[in-house]
Design a protein around this ligand. Structure first.
Ligand code: PLP
Length: 393
């Protein structure tokens, strides 16, 4: 039976265009982009072009782009780098539902003596924004809130957050973890008023191990490492030029395709939800309503009846983020089985009914985003076995 990769919130397949760029530069380049000799200069040209391409796709200036090793590092550089550059005593406001990278950065900030407030969310994963007006008047350096939640798919209202922060007398900087948002919802970074934003290439068809940090011009950051002064001194360490070039290609394509892709994912997600609901009437949808504007178009998170583990994965409380218990793993594996069965039935139904629109949609599902993995072998089997409906990322 063909396997469906439904876990694009964990990682996406490499785009063929990004793969071609990666292999081309891997074969062609041999230099260190900081070297002054010819091979170094050749690598520098490719790195500069990748920075320009990324900046253009995001609508910002190339000096505002810092390449890192991934979303996690970008978030740490934004949060800890900002706090280290700020006067001591100024704190951080973040949320209880950040990705573990954001939660971890907040813990490190707290361990370093910074006051940290973690805002809660309601049952749909929405923030009580008025808290931003009330909390910590006069003593904040940074507010860090994800653009979109990786578990239940709630999209937070970044323009409203920026507006609220601008009205505060202490005018804290604003960082957003936009790892799940880029390529899935339109982002107008340059005009957004956001000071810092984190991205990860492997969430949008780029290679693993490349992160992007947007740092608005003039925002002060202290580097987390000391070293060779790369990335304007903010992220020392020799850049992985072929992977960065591939990441830039993926970012450009993902941004250009966001609107049509989002519409198609939204239809597929709604179809999957309706199919689940048809077969399991008391299945529960977590996060905003299926057709709500503030739901990621590609993300579906459900609780199945009598499966505590599924409900707890979807819970937004801090405790639910810890490692799943063995019984939880068993329930998630049932969910995987169900999901593959659903996919198989959907294909059959499409054929039996001869419904061209369903057939086209199922076809699309298995050939594009929710790609059919027809591979075999241990590594691939392992990858496929990690497929979950509610991505654990
Ligand atoms: C919202 C969010 N932030 C950060 C990360 C971490 O990104 P990376 O895997 O590139 O370190 C992830 C990855 O799952 C994520 O979903």
């Amino acid at each position: 039976m063909p396997r469906l990769h439904l876990d694009h919130n964990a990682t996406t397949p490499l785009r063929p265009e990004a793969r071609a760029v990666f292999l081309r530069e891997l074969d062609r380049l041999g230099g260190n982009p900081s070297s002054v000799h010819a091979s170094g200069r050749a690598a520098r040209v490719v790195l500069d072009l990748a920075r320009e391409q990324t900046a253009a796709a995001l609508g910002v200036h190339e000096d505002e782009i810092v390449f890192t090793s991934g979303g996690t590092e970008s978030i740490h550089l934004a949060v800890l780098g900002c706090l280290r550059a700020a006067p001591s005593g100024l704190g951080l406001v973040t949320t209880q539902v950040e990705h573990s990278a954001g939660l971890g950065a907040a813990e490190l900030a707290e361990a370093a003596g910074r006051p940290v407030v973690r805002m809660g969310v309601d049952a749909a994963g929405r923030l009580e924004l008025d808290e931003l007006r009330r909390r910590h008047a006069g003593d904040l350096a940074l507010v860090s809130i994800q653009t979109a939640n990786n578990e239940v798919g709630t999209v937070h209202p970044v323009p409203r957050i920026v507006e609220l922060l601008r009205a505060r007398p202490d005018r804290p900087l604003f960082h957003t973890d936009a790892v799940q948002a880029l390529g899935r919802v339109p982002l107008r970074l340059g005009e957004s008023g956001v000071d810092l934003a984190s991205f990860s290439a492997h969430k949008l068809g780029g290679p693993l191990g490349v992160g992007i940090l947007y740092r608005r011009k003039g925002v002060r950051l202290a580097p987390l490492f000391q070293g060779g002064g790369q990335e304007a001194g903010l992220r020392p360490g020799t850049e992985n030029v072929p992977a960065i070039a591939a990441a830039a290609c993926a970012v450009e394509l993902a941004v250009a395709e966001t609107t049509p892709q989002a519409a198609s994912w939204r239809a597929l997600t709604a179809e999957l939800w309706h199919q689940l609901h048809l077969r399991i009437p008391d299945v529960r949808l977590n996060g905003p309503a299926i057709d709500a504007d503030d739901r990621l178009p590609n993300t579906l998170n459900v609780s199945l009846p009598s499966t505590d583990a599924c409900s707890s994965r979807a819970s937004t409380s801090k405790d639910s983020r810890s490692a799943p218990a063995p019984h939880a793993r068993a329930d998630r594996s049932n969910l995987r089985t169900f999901c593959s069965r659903w996919a198989a039935r959907a294909t059959t139904r499409a054929r039996v009914c001869g419904s061209r629109s369903v057939e086209r949609r199922v076809e699309k599902m298995s050939t594009t985003r929710w790609r059919s993995c027809r591979e075999s072998g241990t590594t691939r089997a392992k990858r496929a076995s990690s497929t979950t409906l509610a991505p654990s990322t």
